[in-house]
Structure formats: structure tokens, C-alpha cells
Design a protein around this ligand. Sequence first.
Ligand SMILES: [Zn+2]
Length: 179
Amino acid sequence: MGNFTYTGKSLASPSPAVTSLIRTLKVIPALQGSYGTKGHTLPRLQWRANGGLNRHDAGLALDIILFSAKESERIFAWRLADLFVLNKWEMGWSSFIYMDLTWGKSKDEPSPYTADKRHFDHIHIDWMDYAAYLETGKTGIPWSASAFTTGSDGGLLQSITDAQLNQVSSFDEWWADQQ
Ligand SMILES: [Zn+2]
């Protein structure tokens, strides 16, 4: 088990937990790609933000771009949410947010998320230990013990395979097949 505190300097790669989740989600062809208009495309899986002292640039968070305004992407996001809950102890995440809901470890059902309306186009999932951040006087973001784990490679990968999500190259075609 390592020990690391992010202090705002650039980080070359995210935490093992985020790396594990990216590696696992990349077995889904539709999440390997990018979105947006020609010349302004962004990847579906984004761990880094704009620099600075925040949980993304600390390597502790991942945004999974899934537009809730599109039914196929919204249902797919909820499917992923189910699998994150199913595998929560092995994955070790702290919480995740989608649309106006947030999921924590203490119960399987989501709670209302009211802080902002920024998560209608992506799932935000993180391994942030906010108490540890406060203990630094907000000068650094320590990686929690679970940030050093790679649990997504186990049960989550199996769940994705069992649900045949590793065959989804188009959200629209996948959703058409589900109905
Ligand atoms: Zn995020």
C-alpha cells in the first residue's frame, strides 16, 4: 500500500483505482470513442480536469460522458450505475453522481443531489476522502487506501461481460435491442 498526497502539481497518470476503472470500461467499444463536433471532439472517459487542486486532477475521479437527454445513453448510464452498486465494495469508490442523484456506500438506493445541475451529461465517480483533504487544511488531496486498489478489474469486468455490454458499439443499437 502506497502513500501519496496531490498538491496541485501536474500528475502524469491517475490513481490505480481510476486506471482500473478506465481499463475496465474500455472493453465497451462505445466508451472507447469520443463525442462532439468535428475538430472539437472529447473522449467519453475523462479523468483530468483543467489543472489545480481538485479531485479530478488529483487522479481520484472519472467522468463518463453519457448524455441523459438521449434515452439510449441515459438507460446505459443507469445500467452502469447498477453495476457500480453491485460491485461497490470491490471497486472501493467513495460516491458517484448522475443527473440529480448521488450514490454512496451506505445504501444501494441513490439520494437526491442538489449541489448543482452539472451531471446531466456524465457520471462522475470518485475515490475522494474529503475528511483527509480537510485534515491537510485544504493544501493537499491525500489518496485514500482504496485509491491504490484495482477492484474494477474483477467483479465489474465480469458484470460487464455477463451483461454483454462489452459488445456495445452503439448506444442506440443496444437500446433498440433491449426493447
Ligand atoms: Zn467529475
